[in-house]
Design a protein around this ligand. Structure first.
Ligand SMILES: [Zn+2]
Length: 73
């Protein structure tokens, strides 16, 4: 069991940008922002979800900044 966990950790460390930065799932199709992957499901969620709590709101603001800086490149 431990070996599996170590392997997963190594895999993650070796390919840091391969998982969605939001849900953490790897191997998802999606958009890359500054080398960070946002999978389609999370992108849709961000766009559709009502801003309800402060943490989410802050997160969305962060994402906007990342998007903007990516567009400005
Ligand atoms: Zn995701």
């Amino acid at each position: 069991m431990k070996e599996t966990a170590d392997l997963e950790e190594m895999w993650r460390a070796a390919r840091p940008s391969d998982g969605c930065i939001i849900c953490g799932r790897a191997g998802q199709e999606g958009m890359r922002v500054c080398g960070q992957l946002i999978c389609d499901a999370c992108e849709r969620e961000i766009v559709q979800t009502e801003v309800e709590d402060d943490a989410y709101r802050r997160y969305v603001e962060q994402m906007k900044l990342i998007w903007l800086s990516a567009l400005a490149l």
